[in-house]
Design a protein around this ligand. Structure first.
Ligand code: MG
Length: 381
């Protein structure tokens, strides 16, 4: 049964500080929003991910996220934005939709699976954690203790049947959360164990705190390297990191011969110990003839995620006498960031010559080396 995911990022996120809305700030090498998009997109049961963004900001988000998910414009209130997301769902009324807050980047595959399972027996399901701190209510200058027994902090994603949540939201506006709309219709609501990793980014300190929490509790990062060479043949341009650079020759190869992205694909596969590019895309297989190397890179990022790893930085070195790489460096970084889901500030592209020595010095071809750091994805605990 297909499951859709709606991520609401329509707020401007000004309370969190910084020069960008909180959902676009960098958390461990990726924009905050990308963590949630990736968690859904790489989950086997999620068939569609829809990101709801501030109206008029669709192009900004599209430029950052590439084609990784659907992007729609939000409305005035959070509920309006959720409705816009639901309207874009390509699932049946009886299928499940997960509604998630972009400001909660620590989403795990395990939790998505747990929510989907629990939703088989309820009208609405949410992750939640019991309140551990003492609670006080302030009334004028009086403080009274609030009994915390049975009180929960409710998180997202929250899961519903598409038809049911649409109807519930149409009957009520300005809800604190989507679960409240189901409660108002007397539907059956279920809470399952949430995660501290799902804490919400609201204030400036939250971003650092959640980054520390995610990075320190998920395990040790892995490092991978890749190397590739392609020879020149007659032509008029070379493709490096998806960018076509005019030149008096082209690179020969079975695919588009993007030596830089081949090296990076191998670095990612290497860090996750998932073999090499030739294992996944054999040159003998005619379906990869002339293929855009973005397919290889995208696949490496996806299977690394399925194995529990997020790419959190990469560094590329292009080795050639010509063409000049520097004028195209930012375009190459930008294209690489889009495919890998990294923030621009976590993608490095450098170039060097070999001082006329060796095959690159003799202008017989281009070599590229790459490194990638992979960090364990959030888990449910
Ligand atoms: Mg190659």
């Amino acid at each position: 049964m297909p499951v859709a995911a709606v991520i609401v990022a329509a707020g401007r996120g000004v309370r969190a500080g910084g020069d960008r809305p909180k959902q676009l700030q960098t958390l461990a090498g990726k924009p905050v929003i990308q963590w949630s998009v990736d968690a859904f997109e790489t989950h086997a049961e999620v068939s569609q991910t829809i990101l709801v963004v501030p109206a008029d900001d669709e192009a900004t988000y599209r430029a950052i996220l590439g084609d990784t998910c659907d992007i729609v414009a939000g409305g005035e209130t959070r509920t309006d934005s959720v409705k816009a997301g639901l309207a874009a769902c390509r699932i049946a009324e009886d299928d499940l939709v997960m509604i998630h807050d972009a400001a909660r980047p620590g989403l795990s595959h395990g939790l998505i699976s747990d929510l989907i399972e629990a939703a088989q027996n309820a009208d609405g399901v949410a992750p939640a954690l019991p309140v551990a701190d003492a609670l006080k209510r302030e009334t004028g200058d009086q403080l009274t203790s609030v009994n915390r027994d049975g009180l929960y902090r409710v998180q997202t994603p929250q899961v519903f049947r598409l038809g049911l949540i649409r109807t519930a939201l149409s009957q009520s506006d300005a809800m604190v959360d989507d679960l409240a709309a189901i409660e108002a219709t007397k539907g059956k609501v279920l809470l399952i164990k949430g995660s501290e990793h799902l804490a919400k980014i609201t204030y400036p300190d939250d971003l650092k705190r959640i980054e520390t929490l995610l990075m320190s509790s998920t395990g040790t990062p892995r490092f991978g390297t890749g190397f590739d060479v392609h020879a020149f043949e007659p032509g008029d341009a070379v493709t490096l990191c998806g960018v076509s650079i005019p030149h008096d020759q082209k690179l020969s190869g079975h695919s588009d011969a993007d030596v830089a992205w081949h090296a990076l694909t191998d670095a990612i596969l290497g860090a996750a110990a998932l073999g090499d590019i030739g294992d996944h895309f054999p040159p003998s297989d005619p379906q990869w003839k002339g293929a855009a190397s973005e397919v290889f890179l995208r696949h490496a990022v996806k299977i690394a995620a399925e194995a529990g790893w997020a790419v959190t930085s990469c560094d590329l070195t292009i080795i050639c006498e010509a063409p000049k790489v520097k004028p195209h460096r930012d375009a190459m970084r930008d294209a690489t960031a889009k495919i890998t889901g990294l923030s621009l500030d976590a993608v490095s592209v450098k170039a060097t010559t070999t001082e006329g020595l060796g095959f690159t010095g003799r202008r017989e071809g281009i070599a590229a080396q790459a490194s990638a750091v992979l960090t364990p994805l959030p888990t449910t605990s």
